[in-house]
Design a protein around this ligand. Structure first.
Ligand SMILES: Nc1ncnc2c1ncn2[C@@H]1O[C@H](COP(=O)(O)OP(=O)(O)O)[C@@H](O)[C@H]1O
Ligand SMILES: [Mg+2]
Length: 318
């Protein structure tokens, strides 16, 4: 038997969540999970449980997955050494085959199996299906004075919202593999964060949530105590200029900026390692990771109070 205090706490929690439930019903959230979330059984189960809860609460959810670590593993097992420049993969013919096998095969199907075990109507779809993600091959770019050809890598031109809208209307929970194609049908590897941002913009999503292995955006990537609970476009620019954003956080920052400029009001970076991080970020003012908005001035008074409290707490640590 639960004691009276515990029951009261449960009712209080439900009351706190009610305004958010009202606000988010029928709204679209695009959630992107990094490949690492799918490698650990507890993280995968927690992801499916939380995404499933949002789906059942009436949020129109789209789950986009990565597969970087798994693609790297497959390539290494084939005797090839994967190459990255500025946090993005260089995709030669062999890497494209590996990425296709991993994204549209192992990772997408693995997620669908986990959703099936939870009794949720997830449906797998890649950016190639029905023209969902349109991309063009990235021309060679100059980085630090060097010319870099990323190979079969696409820059997204756009996403066809109607494909997802039809799946949502039919009650499905779309699970998107971020492979894209150009108009001639050439397959292109696109960054999963960028794919999620393009989908969030096309769907006029309420939120873009990037689930990764870091607790959120850190001012110092080596120190988890420097977690920023909120930031905005000028804040991101500052972090970029001071060199605080490295490796995989660079395409994430690009995706966050694109989404915010493209009309998505709120973007979040949270950890898939923290239990219930997705529900905490969505249903509490304090959140669990980093909330990114275009301009911090638009935050509600309650969120500002939570931010001040967090600031005092972290100042206390430092
Ligand atoms: N300022 C930063 N804050 C948080 N993480 C950062 C930062 N700079 C670099 N990173 C790195 O970015 C990684 C997340 O990107 P990535 O490895 O591509 O993961 P994902 O598979 O989720 O896309 C983190 O694990 C962290 O090591
Ligand atoms: Mg990444």
């Amino acid at each position: 038997m639960k004691d009276v205090g515990q029951r009261a706490a449960e009712v209080t929690a439900l009351k706190h969540a009610l305004p958010y439930l009202r606000m988010f019903q029928g709204k679209t959230f695009v959630v992107k999970a990094g490949g690492g979330a799918l490698d650990s059984e507890p993280a995968l189960r927690s992801l499916v449980e939380q995404v499933g809860a949002l789906h059942q609460l009436g949020v129109r959810l789209v789950l986009v997955h990565g597969g970087g670590t798994q693609s790297t593993e497959l390539l290494r097992s084939l005797g090839a050494e994967p190459r990255f420049v500025a946090g993005r993969r260089v995709t030669d013919d062999q890497a494209l085959r590996a990425v296709t096998m991993i994204l549209n095969g192992t990772v997408n199907t693995g997620l669908l199996a986990a959703f099936r075990a939870a009794g949720l109507p997830a449906l797998g779809i890649s950016g190639v299906d029905a023209g969902l993600l349109r991309a063009k091959r990235r021309p060679a770019v100059t980085i630090d004075g060097q010319s870099v050809d990323y190979g079969h890598v696409g820059d997204l031109i756009g996403a066809d919202a109607s494909v997802i809208e039809r799946l949502h209307a039919a009650g499905f929970l779309p699970v998107v593999s971020p492979l894209a194609a150009d108009d001639s049908g050439a397959l292109l590897n696109v960054n999963a964060d960028s794919a999620a941002a393009a989908l969030a913009i096309a769907l006029r999503a309420e939120k873009l949530v990037l689930l990764t292995d870091a607790p959120g955006i850190l001012e110092d990537p080596a120190d988890p105590r420097t977690l920023l609970s909120t930031t905005d476009l000028p804040g991101l620019r500052w972090l970029r200029e001071t060199g605080a954003l490295r490796d995989g956080m660079v395409p994430k920052a690009d995706a966050l900026e694109a989404a915010l400029r493209g009309g998505v009001p709120r973007a979040h970076v949270i950890s898939y390692r923290t239990p219930d991080s997705l529900l905490t970020e969505i249903f509490t003012n304090e959140g669990s990771g980093t909330l990114v908005v275009a301009d911090l001035a638009v935050l509600s008074a309650a969120e500002k109070a939570a931010e001040d409290a967090h600031q005092r707490a972290t100042d206390g640590i430092a």
